[in-house]
Design a protein around this ligand. Structure first.
Ligand SMILES: Nc1ncnc2c1ncn2[C@@H]1O[C@H](COP(=O)(O)OP(=O)(O)OP(=O)(O)O)[C@@H](O)[C@H]1O
Ligand SMILES: [Mg+2]
Length: 212
């Protein structure tokens, strides 16, 4: 049983997209539930667009009463994936950092995203006494092959003082199409193959044995 929180300090970095695809990737092997802790309820809305049998794991809206909701769900599921609002200071994010085993922080290749993310390491360190096992991972998100910013990204994220996932998530139009269809990249056949492979690589990395 694990709790994974997807957090950030900036809007539009790809938190909800990562939450839904990661949860769907995990659900191919295990029982997974998504908890939407963002009052915007994007994950919850996404789930409503798809058919009942869209293949996405269930999404429970819990912007308020997060602890109680996760407490009630954790026994019945192998993984709980929490989508957080775009602020590290939001009470939902603080709560998620207190209860999660893994925290994933998608960051886009933009100086503003990097600046907004610069306090996260400090906040996670402050949480350590309460949650000593918390494992944080920066995930480079919406990267592009040929832009200078994307090329500079691996070096720039080192400044954030947090471990960085080797797997980065490329900007791919299929992610936006999937929103329209209420699906994840795992449910759109060949169109989603490359994006789904990235998510699978990230899953392998998240659960790789710890050496620290
Ligand atoms: N890897 C990607 N490739 C292409 N588009 C992406 C990718 N990841 C996210 N997007 C698109 O970027 C936009 C923002 O993504 P998303 O809603 O997941 O971000 P967010 O961090 O959850 O935003 P918010 O802070 O508002 O909750 C959406 O239109 C989404 O489809
Ligand atoms: Mg979101």
């Amino acid at each position: 049983m694990s709790i994974l929180a997807v957090v950030g300090n900036k809007g539009g970095t790809g938190k909800t997209t990562l939450t839904l695809n990661l949860a769907t990737g995990l659900s191919r092997q295990d029982s997974v539930v998504i908890v939407d802790a963002d009052p915007q309820q994007s994950a919850y809305q996404w789930r409503l667009i798809g058919d009942e049998d869209s293949g996405l794991p269930p999404v429970v809206a819990a912007a308020y009463g997060l602890g109680k909701t996760v407490g009630a769900l954790r026994e019945a599921h192998t993984h709980v994936v929490i989508d957080c609002p775009p602020s590290i200071k939001a009470p939902q994010t603080e709560h998620a950092l207190r209860i999660a085993e893994y925290v994933l922080i998608p960051v886009q290749p933009s100086p503003m995203d990097l600046w907004a993310t610069s306090h996260i390491a400090r906040i996670i360190e402050k949480m350590r006494p309460e949650n000593p096992g918390l494992r944080a991972l920066i995930v480079m998100s919406q990267t592009e092959l040929r832009t200078t910013l994307s090329r500079l990204m691996p070096e720039a994220v080192q400044e954030l003082d947090l471990p960085v996932a080797c797997t980065s998530l490329r900007r791919r139009s299929i992610h936006r199409h999937c929103v329209l269809e209420g699906r994840s990249v795992f449910q759109v056949g060949r169109r989603g193959e490359a994006a789904a492979a990235e998510i699978n690589d990230l899953i392998t990395e998240i659960f790789a044995p710890r050496h620290d």
